[in-house]
Design a protein around this ligand. Sequence first.
Ligand SMILES: Nc1ncnc2c1ncn2[C@@H]1O[C@H](COP(=O)(O)OP(=O)(O)O)[C@@H](O)[C@H]1O
Ligand SMILES: [Mg+2]
Length: 299
Amino acid sequence: MLRRMKKASEPGDGAAAPPPGAAPKAHAPRRSTRVIAVTSGKGGVGKTNIAANLAYHLSRMGKRTLVLDADMGLANIDVILGLAPKYNLYHVLRGEKALSDVIVQGPGGMKILPATSGIPEMAELSRGEKLALLDELDGLGSELDFMLIDTAAGIAGNVIYFNVAAREIIVVASPEPTSITDAYALIKVLYSQHGEKRFMLLANMVKNSGEAREVFLKVSNATSHFLNLSIEFIGHVPEDTRVTEAVRRQKALAEAYPDAAASRCIETIARKLCKRQPETGEAGSLKFFWKSIVEKTCG
Ligand SMILES: Nc1ncnc2c1ncn2[C@@H]1O[C@H](COP(=O)(O)OP(=O)(O)O)[C@@H](O)[C@H]1O
Ligand SMILES: [Mg+2]
Protein backbone atom coordinates (compact mmCIF):
# COMPACT_ATOMS: atom_id res chain seq x y z
CA MET A 1 0.00 0.00 0.00
CA LEU A 2 1.44 3.32 -0.99
CA ARG A 3 1.35 6.23 1.34
CA ARG A 4 0.76 9.93 0.88
CA MET A 5 3.65 11.74 -0.77
CA LYS A 6 6.01 13.62 1.49
CA LYS A 7 6.59 17.21 0.46
CA ALA A 8 9.97 18.87 0.84
CA SER A 9 8.32 21.63 2.86
CA GLU A 10 6.72 19.38 5.46
CA PRO A 11 7.82 19.82 9.08
CA GLY A 12 11.14 18.24 9.80
CA ASP A 13 12.72 19.36 6.56
CA GLY A 14 13.76 22.74 7.85
CA ALA A 15 11.69 24.73 5.33
CA ALA A 16 9.87 27.69 6.88
CA ALA A 17 6.14 28.03 6.14
CA PRO A 18 5.00 31.43 4.80
CA PRO A 19 3.46 33.69 7.45
CA PRO A 20 -0.36 33.63 7.57
CA GLY A 21 -1.88 36.11 5.11
CA ALA A 22 1.36 36.45 3.15
CA ALA A 23 0.88 37.34 -0.49
CA PRO A 24 1.45 34.41 -2.82
CA LYS A 25 4.95 34.35 -4.28
CA ALA A 26 5.24 35.93 -7.69
CA HIS A 27 6.37 33.15 -10.01
CA ALA A 28 9.02 33.87 -12.57
CA PRO A 29 7.77 33.12 -16.08
CA ARG A 30 8.27 29.41 -16.58
CA ARG A 31 10.51 28.21 -19.31
CA SER A 32 9.53 24.82 -20.52
CA THR A 33 11.80 21.88 -19.85
CA ARG A 34 12.97 19.95 -22.88
CA VAL A 35 12.24 16.32 -22.23
CA ILE A 36 14.43 14.07 -24.35
CA ALA A 37 14.39 10.28 -24.30
CA VAL A 38 17.65 8.47 -25.03
CA THR A 39 16.53 5.10 -26.28
CA SER A 40 17.39 2.15 -28.51
CA GLY A 41 15.95 -0.99 -29.96
CA LYS A 42 18.86 -3.12 -28.80
CA GLY A 43 20.59 -3.06 -25.42
CA GLY A 44 24.28 -2.32 -24.88
CA VAL A 45 24.53 0.31 -27.62
CA GLY A 46 25.61 3.09 -25.26
CA LYS A 47 22.42 4.84 -24.09
CA THR A 48 23.50 5.23 -20.49
CA ASN A 49 26.92 6.55 -21.41
CA ILE A 50 25.44 8.96 -23.91
CA ALA A 51 22.74 10.21 -21.54
CA ALA A 52 25.30 10.71 -18.75
CA ASN A 53 27.82 12.51 -20.93
CA LEU A 54 25.28 14.62 -22.79
CA ALA A 55 23.97 15.70 -19.39
CA TYR A 56 27.51 16.51 -18.30
CA HIS A 57 28.14 18.75 -21.33
CA LEU A 58 24.73 20.40 -21.19
CA SER A 59 25.28 21.20 -17.52
CA ARG A 60 28.71 22.64 -18.24
CA MET A 61 27.09 24.84 -20.87
CA GLY A 62 24.91 26.29 -18.14
CA LYS A 63 21.80 24.24 -18.91
CA ARG A 64 20.12 22.87 -15.84
CA THR A 65 19.93 19.18 -16.63
CA LEU A 66 18.52 16.14 -14.90
CA VAL A 67 18.80 12.53 -16.00
CA LEU A 68 15.89 10.30 -15.14
CA ASP A 69 17.23 6.80 -14.78
CA ALA A 70 14.42 4.65 -16.10
CA ASP A 71 16.45 1.60 -17.03
CA MET A 72 16.33 -1.52 -14.91
CA GLY A 73 19.72 -2.61 -16.22
CA LEU A 74 22.76 -3.22 -14.10
CA ALA A 75 25.01 -0.54 -15.53
CA ASN A 76 22.82 2.27 -14.27
CA ILE A 77 23.86 5.84 -14.59
CA ASP A 78 24.72 6.17 -10.89
CA VAL A 79 27.05 3.19 -11.17
CA ILE A 80 28.94 4.51 -14.18
CA LEU A 81 29.33 7.88 -12.46
CA GLY A 82 30.41 6.39 -9.14
CA LEU A 83 27.38 7.67 -7.24
CA ALA A 84 25.51 5.68 -4.65
CA PRO A 85 22.01 7.05 -4.25
CA LYS A 86 20.34 5.72 -1.12
CA TYR A 87 16.81 6.38 -2.25
CA ASN A 88 14.77 6.45 -5.41
CA LEU A 89 11.34 7.35 -6.67
CA TYR A 90 9.91 4.37 -4.81
CA HIS A 91 10.68 6.05 -1.49
CA VAL A 92 8.83 9.15 -2.68
CA LEU A 93 5.81 7.03 -3.54
CA ARG A 94 6.04 5.32 -0.14
CA GLY A 95 5.84 8.75 1.47
CA GLU A 96 9.21 8.22 3.11
CA LYS A 97 11.18 10.84 1.19
CA ALA A 98 10.56 14.08 -0.64
CA LEU A 99 11.63 14.30 -4.26
CA SER A 100 14.42 16.67 -3.26
CA ASP A 101 15.87 13.99 -0.94
CA VAL A 102 16.00 11.47 -3.75
CA ILE A 103 17.64 13.54 -6.48
CA VAL A 104 21.43 13.24 -6.40
CA GLN A 105 24.05 15.64 -7.63
CA GLY A 106 26.28 14.30 -10.38
CA PRO A 107 29.46 15.63 -12.01
CA GLY A 108 29.41 18.94 -13.88
CA GLY A 109 26.33 20.07 -11.95
CA MET A 110 23.92 17.56 -13.46
CA LYS A 111 21.22 15.97 -11.37
CA ILE A 112 20.05 12.40 -11.36
CA LEU A 113 16.67 11.06 -10.37
CA PRO A 114 16.94 7.33 -9.75
CA ALA A 115 13.50 6.12 -10.67
CA THR A 116 13.55 2.55 -11.83
CA SER A 117 12.17 0.81 -8.83
CA GLY A 118 9.43 3.41 -8.38
CA ILE A 119 7.94 3.32 -11.84
CA PRO A 120 5.88 0.11 -11.63
CA GLU A 121 4.39 1.28 -8.32
CA MET A 122 3.03 4.44 -9.94
CA ALA A 123 0.25 2.33 -11.41
CA GLU A 124 -1.02 1.51 -7.91
CA LEU A 125 -1.57 5.10 -6.85
CA SER A 126 -5.05 6.42 -6.16
CA ARG A 127 -6.22 9.45 -8.12
CA GLY A 128 -5.45 11.78 -5.20
CA GLU A 129 -2.00 10.30 -4.79
CA LYS A 130 -1.34 10.66 -8.50
CA LEU A 131 -2.30 14.32 -8.39
CA ALA A 132 -0.06 14.93 -5.38
CA LEU A 133 2.80 13.18 -7.14
CA LEU A 134 2.24 15.15 -10.33
CA ASP A 135 2.28 18.35 -8.38
CA GLU A 136 5.59 17.50 -6.82
CA LEU A 137 7.19 16.22 -10.02
CA ASP A 138 5.95 19.23 -11.92
CA GLY A 139 7.68 21.46 -9.38
CA LEU A 140 10.93 20.27 -10.91
CA GLY A 141 10.01 22.06 -14.11
CA SER A 142 10.97 25.53 -12.95
CA GLU A 143 14.41 24.21 -12.05
CA LEU A 144 15.28 22.45 -15.28
CA ASP A 145 16.17 23.26 -18.87
CA PHE A 146 16.64 19.64 -19.91
CA MET A 147 15.45 16.31 -18.65
CA LEU A 148 17.11 13.35 -20.34
CA ILE A 149 15.57 9.93 -19.88
CA ASP A 150 17.85 6.94 -19.92
CA THR A 151 15.35 4.29 -21.00
CA ALA A 152 15.65 0.54 -21.20
CA ALA A 153 16.03 -1.00 -24.65
CA GLY A 154 13.32 -2.53 -26.78
CA ILE A 155 9.62 -2.15 -27.27
CA ALA A 156 8.27 -3.33 -23.88
CA GLY A 157 5.59 -1.22 -22.13
CA ASN A 158 7.72 1.14 -20.04
CA VAL A 159 10.08 2.02 -22.85
CA ILE A 160 7.21 2.99 -25.11
CA TYR A 161 5.56 5.12 -22.42
CA PHE A 162 8.72 7.09 -21.79
CA ASN A 163 9.30 7.69 -25.46
CA VAL A 164 5.73 8.74 -26.08
CA ALA A 165 5.75 11.07 -23.09
CA ALA A 166 9.05 12.69 -24.10
CA ARG A 167 8.65 14.97 -27.10
CA GLU A 168 12.14 14.54 -28.46
CA ILE A 169 13.58 11.10 -29.02
CA ILE A 170 17.20 10.17 -29.60
CA VAL A 171 17.50 6.65 -30.97
CA VAL A 172 21.00 5.28 -30.39
CA ALA A 173 22.24 2.68 -32.87
CA SER A 174 25.60 1.04 -33.45
CA PRO A 175 26.81 -0.45 -36.75
CA GLU A 176 25.80 -3.96 -35.65
CA PRO A 177 23.08 -5.22 -37.99
CA THR A 178 20.78 -6.20 -35.10
CA SER A 179 21.11 -2.72 -33.61
CA ILE A 180 20.02 -1.23 -36.93
CA THR A 181 17.05 -3.54 -37.41
CA ASP A 182 15.98 -3.06 -33.79
CA ALA A 183 16.27 0.73 -34.10
CA TYR A 184 13.94 0.56 -37.09
CA ALA A 185 11.54 -1.77 -35.21
CA LEU A 186 11.35 0.69 -32.29
CA ILE A 187 10.74 3.68 -34.58
CA LYS A 188 8.07 1.70 -36.42
CA VAL A 189 6.13 0.93 -33.22
CA LEU A 190 6.42 4.51 -31.95
CA TYR A 191 5.32 5.92 -35.29
CA SER A 192 2.60 3.54 -36.37
CA GLN A 193 1.05 2.83 -32.97
CA HIS A 194 1.71 6.10 -31.13
CA GLY A 195 1.99 8.74 -33.84
CA GLU A 196 5.54 9.77 -32.95
CA LYS A 197 7.15 11.54 -35.87
CA ARG A 198 10.27 13.26 -34.65
CA PHE A 199 13.27 11.02 -34.25
CA MET A 200 16.94 11.85 -34.04
CA LEU A 201 19.37 9.09 -34.81
CA LEU A 202 22.70 8.95 -33.01
CA ALA A 203 25.28 6.53 -34.37
CA ASN A 204 27.49 5.23 -31.58
CA MET A 205 30.61 3.06 -31.57
CA VAL A 206 31.40 3.85 -35.19
CA LYS A 207 34.85 3.86 -36.79
CA ASN A 208 34.40 7.27 -38.40
CA SER A 209 31.84 9.71 -39.76
CA GLY A 210 31.49 7.65 -42.95
CA GLU A 211 30.38 4.61 -41.00
CA ALA A 212 28.04 6.82 -38.95
CA ARG A 213 26.44 8.01 -42.16
CA GLU A 214 25.95 4.40 -43.26
CA VAL A 215 24.19 3.57 -39.99
CA PHE A 216 21.95 6.59 -40.42
CA LEU A 217 21.16 5.78 -44.06
CA LYS A 218 20.28 2.18 -43.29
CA VAL A 219 17.74 3.25 -40.66
CA SER A 220 16.45 6.30 -42.52
CA ASN A 221 16.10 4.46 -45.85
CA ALA A 222 13.94 1.89 -44.09
CA THR A 223 11.79 4.53 -42.36
CA SER A 224 11.36 6.49 -45.63
CA HIS A 225 10.60 3.41 -47.67
CA PHE A 226 8.28 1.52 -45.33
CA LEU A 227 6.83 4.30 -43.17
CA ASN A 228 7.20 7.34 -45.40
CA LEU A 229 8.92 9.00 -42.45
CA SER A 230 12.06 11.15 -42.45
CA ILE A 231 14.33 11.05 -39.46
CA GLU A 232 17.08 13.43 -38.43
CA PHE A 233 20.77 12.69 -37.91
CA ILE A 234 21.97 14.24 -34.65
CA GLY A 235 25.57 13.06 -34.81
CA HIS A 236 27.94 10.25 -34.03
CA VAL A 237 30.23 9.05 -31.29
CA PRO A 238 33.26 6.99 -32.28
CA GLU A 239 34.24 3.72 -30.72
CA ASP A 240 36.72 4.92 -28.14
CA THR A 241 38.45 2.87 -25.44
CA ARG A 242 38.33 5.94 -23.20
CA VAL A 243 34.56 5.40 -22.82
CA THR A 244 35.09 2.03 -21.19
CA GLU A 245 38.03 3.34 -19.18
CA ALA A 246 35.90 6.20 -17.82
CA VAL A 247 33.20 3.66 -16.88
CA ARG A 248 35.83 1.61 -15.08
CA ARG A 249 37.00 4.70 -13.23
CA GLN A 250 33.35 5.62 -12.56
CA LYS A 251 33.80 9.10 -13.92
CA ALA A 252 32.08 11.12 -16.63
CA LEU A 253 34.10 10.75 -19.82
CA ALA A 254 34.66 14.46 -20.23
CA GLU A 255 35.86 14.70 -16.66
CA ALA A 256 38.28 11.80 -16.93
CA TYR A 257 39.36 12.32 -20.56
CA PRO A 258 38.25 15.75 -21.77
CA ASP A 259 40.22 15.39 -25.00
CA ALA A 260 38.89 11.97 -25.93
CA ALA A 261 37.36 11.89 -29.40
CA ALA A 262 34.10 10.47 -28.03
CA SER A 263 33.87 13.30 -25.49
CA ARG A 264 34.30 15.97 -28.17
CA CYS A 265 31.64 14.35 -30.33
CA ILE A 266 29.16 14.22 -27.45
CA GLU A 267 29.88 17.89 -26.77
CA THR A 268 29.08 18.68 -30.42
CA ILE A 269 25.79 16.79 -30.10
CA ALA A 270 24.97 18.72 -26.89
CA ARG A 271 25.50 21.99 -28.78
CA LYS A 272 23.34 20.80 -31.64
CA LEU A 273 20.58 19.89 -29.18
CA CYS A 274 20.73 23.36 -27.65
CA LYS A 275 20.23 24.94 -31.07
CA ARG A 276 17.44 22.60 -32.07
CA GLN A 277 13.97 24.09 -32.07
CA PRO A 278 12.00 22.34 -29.33
CA GLU A 279 8.37 21.52 -29.72
CA THR A 280 6.08 23.93 -27.96
CA GLY A 281 2.75 23.51 -26.28
CA GLU A 282 1.49 21.26 -23.57
CA ALA A 283 2.71 18.15 -25.27
CA GLY A 284 6.27 19.31 -24.76
CA SER A 285 6.02 20.24 -21.14
CA LEU A 286 7.33 18.43 -18.12
CA LYS A 287 3.80 18.31 -16.76
CA PHE A 288 2.64 16.47 -19.86
CA PHE A 289 5.54 14.07 -19.48
CA TRP A 290 4.77 13.14 -15.89
CA LYS A 291 1.04 13.08 -16.47
CA SER A 292 1.49 10.55 -19.25
CA ILE A 293 3.80 8.41 -17.17
CA VAL A 294 1.70 8.51 -14.02
CA GLU A 295 -1.55 7.84 -15.85
CA LYS A 296 -0.31 4.92 -17.88
CA THR A 297 -0.16 1.53 -16.30
CA CYS A 298 3.53 0.82 -16.06
CA GLY A 299 3.93 -2.88 -15.70
N1 LIG B 1 31.52 5.14 -28.00
C1 LIG B 1 31.89 4.06 -27.30
N2 LIG B 1 33.12 3.53 -27.46
C2 LIG B 1 33.49 2.43 -26.77
N3 LIG B 1 32.72 1.79 -25.89
C3 LIG B 1 31.47 2.27 -25.69
C4 LIG B 1 30.99 3.43 -26.38
N4 LIG B 1 29.72 3.67 -25.97
C5 LIG B 1 29.42 2.71 -25.07
N5 LIG B 1 30.46 1.87 -24.90
C6 LIG B 1 30.52 0.69 -24.01
O1 LIG B 1 29.44 -0.17 -24.35
C7 LIG B 1 28.89 -0.79 -23.21
C8 LIG B 1 27.39 -0.51 -23.15
O2 LIG B 1 27.15 0.88 -22.91
P1 LIG B 1 25.89 1.39 -22.10
O3 LIG B 1 25.93 2.87 -22.09
O4 LIG B 1 25.78 0.70 -20.77
O5 LIG B 1 24.74 0.85 -23.09
P2 LIG B 1 23.15 0.76 -22.86
O6 LIG B 1 22.77 1.75 -21.81
O7 LIG B 1 22.58 1.07 -24.21
O8 LIG B 1 22.85 -0.65 -22.46
C9 LIG B 1 29.64 -0.24 -22.01
O9 LIG B 1 30.64 -1.16 -21.65
C10 LIG B 1 30.29 1.03 -22.55
O10 LIG B 1 31.49 1.33 -21.89
MG1 LIG C 1 21.82 1.47 -19.97
